[in-house]
Each structure stands twice: as C-alpha cells, then as structure tokens.
Design a binder for this molecule. Structure first.
Ligand code: ADP
Ligand code: MG
Length: 429
C-alpha cells in the first residue's frame, strides 16, 4: 500500500488539530479505566502534536450507547487517565459538538489537549451524517486519524470529517498499516495460527491468507467446524453446522494451493460449558458423547510450536480454547509462548488473543500487537478500509481533502458536492 500522509508531513504549530483516537477502553465496575493500552497506544501521536505546539482536540467513541447519552459511557474518566499518562492537563467538553465543544476548543492554548465527550452519544456519528461531520470538522484546522481500530467503519469522525479538513494518519495508524502490510507481502515461510470462537468470523481472512501463507495451524472453537468437515465427531462442541461445506471448500482450496493445514490432534474436553467442569484430555475423534472440546491438548501445542520452526513471518489471531477460564487456557498459553520466543517477524491481532498474551506478560515479546480487532482482519482480507482510504497518499497527494482551506471552520467549504478524499462517503453494510 502506498505510504499515507502522516502528521510528520503537517505543520501543526498553533493550529487546531482534530484527532480521532480509539479510546474505546474497558471500564471496571467503578467506572475507572480497567486497561489503558489503547490510551497508551495514542501517546506517540499526542506527544508529538503537543511538543510542536498544536491545539489538540481529541474525539473517540466508547462502548455502544447507540446514539443516546449513557452516563456510564462518558469519556470523562479517560480524560483523567490520559492526563496522568501525558503528565499535563487534559480539558474535557461535555458534548462533542455544539457550544460546549466550541467554547472548550476556543479556550485551548498552544500545546493544550482537549477530549470531547463520546461521539456515539449522537446517532449521526455512526450514520456518517454530513451536517454532523461538518460540525465536528469546524473544531479543527486539520484532521488526524489515529484510530486504526475504527478504520473499518465509515463514520462521521473517521470518514465524514475528511471531506472538510486536510487528513493525515497518526503515528499509530501508520505503524498498524506498516505492520499489517508486511503480512500482505510476507517474507516466507509464513505461518498463520488461527483460533477463536467461530469460523464464520474468520473465513474471509482465511481465504485471503491461503494465497500468502505456507502453513496454517488451527485451534479454538473454529477448528471444531473444520474437524467436522474432516469427518470427526465433536459431540457437544461449538460447531457451526451451516459452515461445514465452506470449511470443506477451504481444505480443498488449501490443497490446490499447496498450503499445509494442521489440525488439533488432541483436545481438552469438558462435561459442561463451565470453568470448573470435569475435564479430560482425549485424542481428536474421541470426544465423549455429551462433552465438548474447550482447548487444544498438549500434543497439539508441542506440534504447533515445532511447526513455527524456520518461519520468517508468523501471524496469530484467536485463542486456542476458552482461554478466559484457566482450566482451558493452556493451549493458548503454549501457543502464545511459542510465538513470543520465535525469531521471525511476529504479529498478534484480536482482542482475546492479545488479552491472553498480556496475562502472560508476553505482549512486549512480539514484533507487533495490532490494536484493531475487526479492522486488522478486514485489512488482512485485502479490503480497503474507509478510514484509511480517506487519508491521501504521502507524495503528490491532491485528493479532495486538500481543497478545504486550513484555518477556516470548514463550515463554508461544506464538502460541496460531497467530494471526499478517496471514496469517503461510502457506507458499509
Ligand atoms: P480474538 O478476539 O482474539 O479475535 P475471537 O473473539 O475470535 O478471538 O475468539 C475468542 C473467543 O472464542 C473467546 O471468548 C473464547 O472463549 C472462545 N472460544 C475459543 N475456543 C472455544 C471453544 N473450543 N469452544 C467455545 N468457545 C471457544
Ligand atoms: Mg474477540
């Protein structure tokens, strides 16, 4: 993919920089930030802008308020955490548009940081409503998208604003694009490890991977559907019966392309779907009637660790079992450890896989931990993500966004004719 224009290409001193970040963090029962990884991930961009004297206006969504004001999904606690991490005050606006936002932006000094309230308190955000996008855009002179995790959504804050303001990638966005692009043109041998709950979530990326990988190792619930396609009885295991034909087609296509597929040879099975259920390890094909497979077994872990040997590129997405429950986490932990100690270029994507990696303290031991769940997978399906398409390429970029004069409110330019940078107006199903 051509290099995108980034904040390094922008003169930001004294200017209002409207930054879309992904601060969709988990909150604990007291409403405090339970995991600040996503806030930390944005720090390189924010520090750079602050150091260069920008007036930084941050916007994000949090949770799924579905267009209504839901007080427990306020971004206010995130502003507090961000202030601690940045070591400087972070102002907060009660609303992302209207007077509270405009007044807070007007009060921002050079190098100041402001966080706007949850974008999704307004239904117009997810509809990519033109008037709402124009209002957001009126808060900045330039637009920076650093929310890779939201780049697969064509929303007002990821795509709509780019019709009115010159758009740039933030440093996190750039890092994600670079890392995932390396998987699209990988150094071989390339081994993928794919797990997680459902094959239906992964079939798109699997199809695309078939053209690039040398080997795929399967685990988790999704492997069950493949095992059924191979003729095994999985008893009460999670199986997507309506995807068995697709699973068979995938196996046939892999053969035709010379991609080696590896499946679990042993499984940890449980009598109930319960963290304390009686459990046993059995050979594949020997799941007792009424039981379900909840993890890969130790022989499979050993085999998968060995299957990484010599790989120049490794991509892992999706746990090998119900890793949230310690009794069924060993397969995931074994694979995580093998990926972490592997020498080649290693990338891990997916919320649950990353959570497992973190529990083991191994997130620092891989080359790239992708912050985008759905966005990473869509990127690896070879799709152009609307939030990325809305950012012009680095050199000779003369996309529609350049037309909006910096320093104006954007209101007058008003995206005349709906021109956007690179297919911006398009909506996703
Ligand atoms: P990621 O977030 O890393 O992309 P997914 O969301 O696709 O991963 O899958 C994670 C979920 O899959 C977890 O909630 C886990 O409990 C579930 N899962 C994994 N293996 C099984 C299994 N054998 N049976 C039922 N659920 C499973
Ligand atoms: Mg998940």
């Amino acid at each position: 993919m051509a290099r995108k224009r980034t904040i390094r290409d922008a003169d930001v001193a004294g200017r209002r920089v409207l930054v879309r970040v992904d601060f969709n963090v988990p909150l604990d029962e007291h409403g405090a930030v339970a995991d600040d990884s996503r806030i930390r991930a944005a720090l390189p961009t924010l520090r750079d802008l602050v150091e260069r004297g920008a007036r930084v206006v941050l916007m994000s969504h949090l949770g799924r308020p579905k267009g209504a004001v839901v007080p427990r999904l306020s971004l206010r606690p995130v502003a507090a955490r961000l202030a601690e991490l940045l070591g400087r005050p972070v102002a907060f606006a009660e609303d992302c548009v209207g007077r509270p936002a405009a007044e807070a932006v007007a009060a921002l000094p050079e190098g100041g940081v402001l966080l706007l309230e949850n974008l999704r308190f307004h239904p117009e955000e997810e509809k990519n409503d033109a008037a709402f996008a124009r209002e957001l855009a009126s808060l900045g002179d330039l637009f920076v998208n650093d929310a890779f995790g939201a780049a697969h959504r064509a929303h007002a804050s990821t795509v709509g604003v780019a019709a009115h303001l010159p758009a740039y990638a933030g440093l996190l966005m750039e890092r994600e694009i670079d890392a995932l692009s390396r998987l699209l043109e990988p150094e071989r041998p390339f081994v993928a490890i794919v797990g997680g709950a459902k094959i239906s979530d992964k079939i798109g990326v699997l199809r695309h991977l078939l053209g690039r990988v040398n080997r795929i190792l399967f685990g988790g619930g999704m492997a069950n559907t493949l095992l059924v396609a191979l003729g095994y009885d999985l008893a009460e295991s999670l199986v997507e019966a309506d995807r068995v034909d697709e699973a068979k087609a995938l196996i046939v296509e892999a053969q035709a392309r010379g991609v080696e597929l590896q499946f679990p040879i042993d499984l940890v099975v449980a009598e109930f779907f319960n963290p304390d259920a009686p459990a046993e390890t059995v050979e594949v094909g020997r799941v007792p009637a009424g039981w379900r497979a909840l993890d890969i077994g130790p022989l499979t872990v050993e085999r998968y660790a060995a299957a990484l040997s010599g790989a120049r590129t490794v991509f892992w997405n999706g746990p090998m079992g119900v890793a949230e429950w310690s009794a069924f986490a060993r397969g995931t932990e074994g694979v995580a450890a093998a990926v972490a100690r592997h020498d080649g270029y290693t990338v891990v994507g997916g919320g649950d896989s990353i959570a497992a990696l973190k529990r083991l303290g191994l997130d620092g031991a891989v080359d790239h931990v992708s912050t985008g769940g759905g966005a990473s997978l869509e990127f690896l399906e070879g799709r152009e993500l609307p939030g990325i398409a809305a950012i012009p390429d680095a050199e000779g970029a003369s996309g529609g966004a350049e037309g909006a004069a910096p320093g104006t409110s954007g209101g007058a330019a008003a995206g005349a004719g709906g021109a956007t940078a690179g297919g911006g107006g398009e909506r996703r199903p």
